[in-house]
Design a protein around this ligand. Structure first.
Ligand code: ATP
Ligand code: MG
Length: 144
């Protein structure tokens, strides 16, 4: 488990960029954190780390956005799908079994279809430290 504290969106992006460089094909990254915690900011940083120049925007309405980097990046935001039953038509299974990196915002909504072998990223506000302070915990999980 690794723990970071950041005091700006750019610091969060930098942490995420370094993290992304440690990943390999097929990695699945599940993100947890409240509305506005910084999940999309973290995904943007992962894109930086994978050499993606294209702007990374929240896939809230599209559910998934694909980017080509040193590895493909598949950025999911499942908030509007709401549960795992709605995920089949997004091609979720194929992405998860593919050779890119999947990063999933609101992963807790589809907990029952997440792979056992994954990395969890939890982002929390630290109001006592300041409005822009965030704690980022990165933990590998193999529940098999
Ligand atoms: N240390 C920080 N790290 C990340 N974001 C920060 C930080 N400090 C302030 N912010 C701000 O917090 C907001 C994070 O928004 P972001 O869209 O990344 O959150 P989110 O977790 O993806 O929310 P949602 O659940 O709506 O998708 C941005 O406005 C960003 O500028
Ligand atoms: Mg988001």
């Amino acid at each position: 488990m690794k723990k970071y504290i950041t005091d700006s969106p750019s610091e969060t992006r930098a942490v995420a960029a370094e993290f992304a460089k440690t990943l390999s094909p097929g990695s699945v990254v599940c993100m947890y954190g409240d509305l506005g915690a910084g999940k999309t900011a973290f995904a943007q940083g992962m894109a930086d780390g994978l050499g993606i120049d294209e702007p990374v925007t929240s896939p809230t309405f599209t559910i998934i956005n694909e980017y080509e980097g040193t590895l493909p990046l598949y950025h999911f935001d499942v908030y509007r799908v709401g549960d795992s039953a709605g995920m089949a038509e997004t091609g979720f299974d194929e992405y998860i079994d593919g050779d890119g990196i999947c990063v999933i915002e609101w992963a807790e909504l589809i907990e029952d279809i997440l792979p056992d072998d994954r990395i969890n990223v939890t982002i929390s506000r630290l109001p006592e430290r300041g409005d822009d302070a965030r704690e980022i915990i990165i933990a590998s999980e193999d529940q098999s």
